[in-house]
Design a protein around this ligand. Structure first.
Ligand SMILES: Cc1cc2nc3c(=O)[nH]c(=O)nc-3n(C[C@H](O)[C@H](O)[C@H](O)COP(=O)(O)OP(=O)(O)OC[C@H]3O[C@@H](n4cnc5c(N)ncnc54)[C@H](O)[C@@H]3O)c2cc1C
Length: 391
């Protein structure tokens, strides 16, 4: 059986950034299990769905992002033995380690909404959150000039779910400039009462949504799709929305099934890894750690949250004892466009209270500079600095 000092499962934002940071800190033996040949900067998917980016602009071969000095195991984990700890891969290899980090992200739960996968295949539904579907979203939205169009924000946990508002506002801006917005019935299904659950940011966003004439259905989620008809359920009451020309419906998410089957999950319904949200160490298995979308850290998942988590976990994996460990404060971020060149950046802590990374300027106020930073500067920082463990 191969053995490594630190074994990381999942080479997404979390796994690659952590591997790079650990190597920078002088850890000699870091191995990463990742089967996908292509790495994606997923925040740009929303700009693909809003006609402002191409798929090619967000993709890099995984071989370019796995850090030098890291052992890349091109395979997929199918189960974990947290007591030893070790993993079993799809190719039948058992790999052991001194410390195991579990960060495979979330998986789409297509079964959670009957008819959603069929509606995606038929092309009248889709979303920027699905890599196959994302390039088809803008062509579908931009050609609409009348009829009903539906958008959703997915229930938690979801990978930065609030950013599903980006394709909505980018499309509305386009329809308004083309003079067809008033002929479209645009509906938004929200899982909670307000778009973000952050009062000041919600006030700004609600006023933008009403300026576009968007009808908002609150405390609701999609429970079925069938032949251009969407079922939306709120408080146990189902309502049918008929004649939907296009539904930008984001799938629901859960942890990969092997997380639960390997005994890593806690009580969260989505099967998230049961870590101490402060230290990111597993509550029952001290040699197992987790971060990123799959970790139950009691805050909304995002790449921005990961920037903090990676620093904390890289420190804690090499800390001498529990007393010298760092703590993750629950910081997370929601960058939301409100028009084609304006973006509001909403930063909150674990309680949902504002946690701005800088006092001035006020980044909740939609600005062109913040949009330009999110669209053009952050992708460069991601590939040049974040994935190289320099942030
Ligand atoms: C459409 C969209 C827009 C977003 N916009 C933003 C934004 O604007 N700002 C922001 O901060 N965040 C945003 N996010 C969220 C951000 O992309 C995620 O929080 C981040 O990618 C999570 O990283 P992760 O490594 O935990 O998971 P992932 O990025 O999902 O990576 C998990 C990796 O694990 C691999 N894996 C899975 N299963 C296995 C297995 N069994 N064995 C081995 N490897 C496995 C996968 O192939 C994948 O490479 C967005 C996400 C999406 C989908």
């Amino acid at each position: 059986m191969d053995e490594h000092e630190i074994l990381i499962v999942g080479g997404g934002n979390a796994g690659v950034s952590l591997a790079a940071k650990l190597l920078r800190q002088g850890v000699r033996d870091v191995a990463l299990v990742e089967s996908q040949a292509m790495h994606r900067y997923r925040p740009l998917l929303n700009y693909v769905g809003g006609g402002q980016a191409t798929m090619a602009s967000l993709e890099r071969p995984a071989s370019h992002v796995v850090p030098d000095g890291c052992t890349w195991i091109k395979d997929r984990v199918v189960s974990v033995d947290p007591s030893r700890p070790s993993v079993l891969t799809a190719d039948g290899r058992r790999i052991g380690c001194r410390q195991l980090v579990v960060c495979p992200g979330l998986e789409e739960d297509w079964d959670a909404v009957p008819g959603m996968a069929d509606a995606y295949r038929a092309g009248w539904a889709g979303s920027t959150f699905d890599v196959e579907s994302a390039p088809h979203v803008w062509p579908a939205l931009r050609r609409l000039s009348r009829g009903r169009v539906l958008f959703t924000v997915p229930p938690e946990p979801a990978p930065c779910g609030a950013t599903a508002l980006k394709p909505l506002t980018l499309a509305c801006d386009r329809w308004r400039r083309r003079g067809v917005l008033q002929d479209l019935d645009v509906q938004l299904i929200l899982p909670r009462q307000s778009p973000l659950g952050v009062p000041r940011a919600d006030r700004v966003l609600e006023s933008e949504l009403s300026s576009y004439g968007v009808q908002v259905v609150r405390n609701a989620h999609v429970t079925g799709l069938d032949d251009h008809r969407v079922t939306v359920t709120s408080g146990g009451q189902a309502q049918e929305i008929d004649d939907v020309a296009f539904a930008h419906v984001v799938p629901h998410y859960r942890a990969p099934r092997w997380v639960v089957e390997s005994g890593l999950a806690g009580s969260a319904a989505a099967g998230l890894v049961d870590v101490d949200p402060l230290t990111l160490r597993h509550r029952r298995h001290p040699a197992v750690w987790s971060l990123g979308d799959v970790a139950d850290v009691a805050t909304r998942p995002s790449g921005g949250a990961l920037r903090k988590q990676v620093g904390v976990l890289a420190h804690n994996l090499t800390a001498d004892d529990e007393a010298s460990m760092q703590q993750y404060d629950g910081y997370t971020v929601m960058p939301i466009t409100v028009g084609r060149r304006r973006l509001m950046l909403v930063e909150v802590n674990r309680d949902g209270r504002p946690a701005p990374s800088r006092r001035f300027p006020d980044l909740v106020r939609p600005r062109r500079a913040t949009w330009a930073f999110d669209r053009y500067v952050l992708p460069k920082i991601y590939y040049r600095r974040i994935l190289r463990g320099k942030v």
